[in-house]
Design a protein around this ligand. Structure first.
Ligand SMILES: [Zn+2]
Length: 218
């Protein structure tokens, strides 16, 4: 866990035995640092656990900081670790592509992070925006329903995560950054989409144009 910049705070926990201590540490973080960790938890819910998505809807970031909610927070983090371990275990050597679904929201998220010179957005905030863009693309390419997209946006907002870029943000810079991404070489883009909450898949039929349009909508 890296508390200095808050990067991957919740998403990268590996050892369930550390959970109790980590929950206490997490609760001492300033709200933006605390909230950004939920971008990864929400991502995990979208790609693999519709039930956790529902559980998150009744939770609130501010509420989860209360002492009475330690168990709720702890079980969310535990479930989050389990989802990740399960996906990684299924694709131990990164061969089936299953593991790649963990990158949901991260292709565009990383580009936004870079375009903001790693100062404008925390990792989780950039991922939140990447998730929104991935949802726009999922509607087009994976038949995600607009109502589920709205539910995802509502949940991100509930944790005070951004769902829109600032008006003045240089969108062009995001595209420029993406062009240097190896995944985009040769035109065959590997992109993670969600057809419905609780499920995700890798697709190769997403074009640079789809991505440009999704960023324009942010
Ligand atoms: Zn991440």
């Amino acid at each position: 866990m890296n508390t200095a910049d808050g990067k991957n705070l919740i998403g990268e926990f590996h050892h369930p035995s550390l959970v109790i201590d980590d929950v206490e540490v997490l609760k001492t973080l300033p709200p933006p640092q605390f909230n950004q960790g939920f971008a990864e938890i929400i991502k995990h819910a979208i790609i693999a656990d519709a039930e956790m998505f529902e559980a998150l809807k009744v939770a609130r970031a501010s509420g989860l900081r209360r002492a009475s909610e330690t168990h709720a927070l702890q079980s969310l983090i535990k479930r989050n670790i389990e989802i990740k371990s399960k996906i990684v275990a299924k694709d131990e050597r990164d061969q089936t592509g299953e593991r790649a679904i963990l990158n949901f929201g991260h292709t565009i998220g990383h580009a936004i992070e870079r375009a903001g010179d790693y100062r404008k957005f925390l990792h989780g905030e950039a991922v939140s925006l990447g998730i929104v863009a991935a949802c726009v693309i999922s509607i087009k390419k994976a038949r995600l329903s607009p109502s589920e997209r709205d539910a995802i946006l509502d949940l991100l907002r509930q944790f005070n995560l951004p769902t829109q870029l600032p008006k003045v943000f240089p969108r062009k810079k995001i595209i420029e950054t993406l062009k240097f991404d190896k995944k985009f070489e040769g035109g065959n883009v590997r992109f993670v989409v969600t057809p419905r909450i609780g499920s995700a898949q890798l697709t190769t039929n997403v074009t640079m144009q789809d991505i440009r349009e999704a960023i324009d909508e942010l």
